[in-house]
Design a protein around this ligand. Structure first.
Ligand SMILES: Cc1cc2nc3c(=O)[nH]c(=O)nc-3n(C[C@H](O)[C@H](O)[C@H](O)COP(=O)(O)OP(=O)(O)OC[C@H]3O[C@@H](n4cnc5c(N)ncnc54)[C@H](O)[C@@H]3O)c2cc1C
Length: 422
């Protein structure tokens, strides 16, 4: 679809949850907006995630002790961490900062910033979807963490203590409690934790399409094009976007291209390294089991979520960039675990998917104006929590673009930071 963009339009590059949310908030504030994506809106990472509005996900992946665990995890195909070894030399500078941020002081600062962007995620989703079909896809529910036994839970004590410090409430469930909670979980885990008041999205892809439709119905424009470059005048103001669909005049732009933001972000002056933390899902269609609440398989780091018409099993981490093909081991790990835990599961067919979490070395997104140019803003890098934090990011971006709310301290999300937490 070709949009007739106007020079007064704000051009939002990338229509995942972050870009669509940004477009909607700008539009609600009276701006004229064109969304641009090379694919259908909501069809990249925002499509295939686990669908959890994860207000309690305040703990980054690198935490104290990770350095000792990583080699063993990488060498064991039954563990949830994978690496495309050919990419290791390119990724070393990223890993250096990423792992240096695993000390407890840095993790504490990161978790404070994550908490700020996540604590009201359900309310933010209810607000952005109000009056649209998208609101039918939001539910509040528990989130269950299943552990083989209490010792395995104790090994995660650091992360639970941090969640508790941020005010998150949870209760423990014995094997018997869990069977009473959901008969499908009888004898599946020796110990479990129930987190209350989480949100879920029952079909993230459709949810974002519905948000997008509401944007279009209210006069928003969409252009299908791949943006190659942003061109500026001598005064550092944008003049056009160079795309595979021709040049588009541009006065104001926002970069929300997820894991593919790195090239343009560098030109715009962002210093923090960005890479893809690839994640995987396997879906079991028309399953004979429907879980009462989503379940995190703690030892395998993926989530099982009964979505509309299918059971989605999504998670794992593979470092390997955006251009490498998907690997077979992560799919096998998910399937093996599911077949072992739920031999009674029957289904019609399976489908497979890999997506790209946009991850920075300090596990925090960039939400800021370009350090190098005027009238261009950045909103990317939401790692494991982008579905949750997308609407709030969009609201914050719309405020800073339209110079509305100056009370927020956004320094942790600065585009000028170097990616090592101080
Ligand atoms: C397995 C898995 C499970 C997850 N589970 C959860 C979860 O339960 N809860 C949660 O909160 N988060 C979860 N996440 C993370 C979440 O999905 C991401 O953080 C989020 O989707 C990122 O959104 P985004 O809008 O930044 O990027 P994307 O959704 O990837 O959107 C970026 C868009 O930009 C477009 N684009 C890129 N480059 C260009 C260009 N040059 N020109 C035009 N268009 C371009 C792409 O086509 C794409 O549509 C999960 C991720 C994975 C992989």
């Amino acid at each position: 679809m070709r949009a007739l963009t106007d020079t007064s339009d704000i051009l939002v590059i990338g229509a995942g949850i972050v870009g669509v949310s940004t477009a909607i908030w700008l539009q609600r504030s009276g701006a004229s907006v064109t969304l641009i994506d090379r694919d259908e809106p909501g069809s990249a990472t925002s499509y295939g995630n686990a669908g959890i509005l994860a207000s309690a996900s305040v703990v980054p992946v690198p935490t104290p002790g990770i350095l000792k665990k990583v080699p063993g995890m990488l060498l064991n195909p039954n563990k949830a961490l994978f690496l495309k070894w050919s990419q290791l030399p390119r990724l070393l500078p990223f890993f250096y900062k990423y792992l240096l941020n695993s000390n407890s002081d840095s993790v504490f600062k990161i978790s404070n910033a994550l908490s700020y962007i996540l604590y009201d995620t359900v309310e933010q989703h209810l607000e952005i979807s109000k009056g649209t079909n998208a609101e039918n896809y939001i539910t509040t529910n528990d989130l269950i963490f299943g552990y083989s036994d209490k010792i395995a839970f104790e090994n995660d004590r650091y992360s639970w203590d941090l969640k508790r410090k941020h005010g998150h409430k949870f209760s423990s469930l014995s094997r018997d409690d869990l069977a009473k909670y959901d008969k499908n979980l009888k004898n599946k885990f020796g110990f479990a934790v129930k987190c209350m008041n989480h949100g879920t999205i029952s079909d993230p892809g459709v949810y974002i399409s519905e948000l997008f439709k509401s944007f279009i119905n209210k006069g928003g424009k969409f252009l299908k094009a791949e943006v190659k470059d942003i061109l500026f005048d001598d005064f550092r103001n944008p003049v056009s976007l160079n795309t595979n669909n021709g040049d588009i005049p541009c006065n104001r732009a926002v970069l929300t291209s997820g894991a593919w933001s790195a090239g343009l972000a560098r030109k715009l002056g962002a210093k923090i390294p960005l890479t893809s933390e690839r994640g995987y899902h396997v879906e079991y269609h028309s399953p004979n089991i429907k879980f009462k609440a989503p379940v995190v398989i703690s030892d395998s780091k993926f989530i099982i979520h009964s979505m509309q018409g299918r059971l989605r099993c999504a998670g794992l981490v593979e470092f390997g960039g955006t251009s490498q093909p998907e690997s077979s081991h992560p799919f096998k790990l998910i399937e093996k675990k599911i077949e072992t835990l739920f031999p009674e599961l029957k289904y019609e067919r399976k489908t497979y998917w890999m997506g790209h979490r946009p991850s920075t070395t300090d596990s925090l997104p960039v939400i800021d104006i370009s350090p190098n140019y005027n009238n261009v803003w950045l909103g990317y890098g939401h790692q494991h929590i982008g579905l949750s934090a997308g609407p709030k990011t969009g609201k914050i971006l719309s405020e800073i673009i339209l110079s509305k709310n100056s009370n927020r301290d956004l320094s942790r999300f600065s585009a000028s930071r170097d990616g090592l937490v101080k």
